[in-house]
Design a protein around this ligand. Structure first.
Ligand code: SF4
Length: 339
């Protein structure tokens, strides 16, 4: 059994919006990540996935629950433990341009964390490490004295990756690292992350809204909707046999490169807007858009259960007593056309 490196236990993150309004960004979410794996977290924008990443990093305080890194609660670390934690865990951000200081050279950007953590005593050691990182991410030492605006989006993300690697972390949270990039560049960055993962034995939490790219990099995937985790399983199982109606809708939106298959394919188009996390629907939060919704869905929140081996879902269709009459069969059947 692989070592668990990160455990998120019943995490809640609420934001007080004033006037008595509470935004439930993350609601009772649990998952764990094994050493060396890539765990993909997907869902529409506003579903809470980035909030989870930021709460793990300590950029937000949690409202409730626990985040354990190597068994230690990351929100209760002493100063010395915090320093070690921030060396071990780093983040790659969505917008490579906004996350790089435009007035710093690439060398300064990458070496800043080394200085903060007093990694090297000599400037030469530090400079050599910057050169080495640039080469590892597919750039070269001639780029070290240039400024971020002189680079393309893909190159800037490579600089962001080099900076995240500067402290030789073991865990990286990649928060939508490719969504601001051209499609042609996205695959290059994903391939780079995969290569670095093998070379440096990294563990990734890969946050994205696009399921198609997540498949290529993730070992397991968690699907989020309106602050809730609704399905979690191995990447292959999620694509071959999605259980939750929301996952099915997300998958049906991915274009298939073969025009014949694409033409015949049924597509689920979700009706309605994403409800507000300030006032989420009762029972199952997906019920206002779910084509399979039943009476019980408005009354009772579905429990998180292992519907198949290592395949978890929160949906009443997989409760024993509902399975026969309303849906287990339908839920596993061919994709239905809603329009
Ligand atoms: Fe749809 Fe009900 Fe399942 Fe929610 S619990 S996804 S509303 S069938």
């Amino acid at each position: 059994m692989q070592e668990i490196i990160l455990e998120v236990k019943r995490l809640k993150k609420y934001f007080d919006m004033g006037k008595g309004e509470i935004l439930q960004a993350v609601n009772d979410v649990s998952f764990s990540i094994h050493k060396g794996e890539t765990f993909g977290l997907v869902g529409e924008s506003g579903c809470g996935k980035s909030t989870i990443g930021r709460t793990i990093m300590g950029l937000y305080n949690k409202t409730d629950g626990q985040i354990l890194f190597h068994g230690k609660d990351v929100h209760s670390l002493n100063e010395k433990e915090k320093l070690q934690f921030y060396r071990s865990m780093q983040m790659i951000f969505q917008d490579p341009y906004a996350s790089l200081n435009p007035r710093s050279t690439v060398k300064e950007v990458i070496s800043e964390p080394m200085q903060v953590h007093k990694l090297y005593h000599s400037k030469k050691q530090q400079r050599d490490h910057v050169y080495q990182l640039l080469e590892e991410v597919g750039l070269n030492r001639d780029h070290a004295n240039r400024y971020p605006h002189e680079f393309s989006g893909g190159q800037r993300q490579r600089i962001g990756i080099a900076r995240a690697l500067a402290l030789e972390p073991e865990f990286i949270i990649a928060d939508e690292p490719i969504s601001a990039l051209d499609v042609s560049v996205q695959a290059q960055v994903v391939n780079l992350l995969k290569k670095l993962q093998i070379e440096k034995e990294l563990t990734f939490l890969f946050i994205a809204h696009d399921l198609s790219m997540v498949k290529h990099i993730s070992d397991r995937i968690g699907v989020m909707y309106l602050g809730n985790l609704v399905e979690l399983t191995a990447s292959e199982a999620l694509y071959d046999n999605p259980l939750h109606p929301y996952t099915k809708a997300l998958l049906s939106a991915i274009p298939i490169p073969d025009p014949d298959i694409e033409e015949k394919r049924e597509r689920i188009i979700l009706e309605g807007e994403l409800p507000s996390p300030i006032n989420p629907p009762s029972g199952c939060v997906f019920r206002t858009r779910c084509p399979m919704a039943m009476e019980i869905c408005a009354k009772k929140k579905p429990v998180w259960q292992e519907a198949e081996k290592n395949h978890y879902v929160a949906c009443h269709l997989y409760n024993e007593k509902n399975a026969g009459k309303s849906g287990k069969k339908r839920a596993k059947g061919p994709v239905v056309r809603i329009h």
